[in-house]
Design a protein around this ligand. Structure first.
Ligand code: COA
Length: 174
């Protein structure tokens, strides 16, 4: 059987992707959306999408399979050498196949290349998969509010190749 990670394409999101992104959100469970956004949210509004596609620093990228959007990763910063806020969402039907890990590794590489000093992400304390994903990238953890952990990956610490991660293959990720 094909490894789904080899079929996935990760590419920068553009304004015209909004409908596909919202269709994917509609296919996601309430629990998946809550785990990503820490509240009720079923779609991305136009103004917000414009910001996500062209933030002061950072980027948004889609995970696609046969041109269908199955995941979204955002890394958004407000200062060039600060910690940029990251979030990853994979549609329920495609979870637990390595796509979230692939998307997060892409985010780390791109953020590091773009001048971030690290990334941070909010992860609910009962989100085993989310915690595992960021732990594998070398996150340090803090608890800033009940039920929620902040994962911080500072790029002065070993990430990427130092932790056995390689840049996502160029054929699959662009
Ligand atoms: C969290 C999320 C992005 C992970 O993506 P995914 O494609 O499902 O996860 P992966 O298949 O890449 O697995 C990630 C890790 O979790 C592990 N894992 C998978 N299922 C698990 C489970 N039920 N319990 C514990 N760990 C699990 C995997 O083994 C992997 O760890 P490994 O690299 O050590 O083997 C995805 O599940 C999702 O979108 N969840 C909702 C949004 C969210 O929680 N985002 C994170 C906060 S921003």
């Amino acid at each position: 059987m094909d490894d789904i990670r080899d079929l996935a394409v990760i590419r920068r999101a553009v304004l015209s992707d909004l409908d596909a992104v919202n269709d994917m959100h509609a296919r996601c469970s309430v629990d998946t959306r809550r785990a990503r956004y820490h509240g009720q949210r079923d779609r991305i509004r136009g103004g917000e999408w414009e910001w996500w596609c062209d933030p002061p620093y950072g980027f948004s990228a889609l995970v696609t399979l046969n041109a269908r959007t199955v995941g979204l990763v955002n890394v958004i910063g407000t200062i060039p050498d600060g910690l940029w806020e990251a979030g990853v969402l994979i549609e329920d039907a495609w979870q637990e196949r390595g796509l979230g890990s692939r998307a997060a590794a892409y985010a780390v590489w791109e953020a590091r290349s773009a001048g971030a000093c690290g990334i941070e992400a909010l992860v609910e304390s009962d989100n085993a998969r989310g915690k595992r994903l960021f732990a594998r990238l070398g996150a340090q953890w803090s608890r800033e509010e009940p039920g929620t952990l902040t994962a911080r990956i500072r790029f002065g610490e070993p990430v990427g190749a130092d932790r056995g991660l390689s840049r996502p293959p160029m054929g699959a990720c662009r």
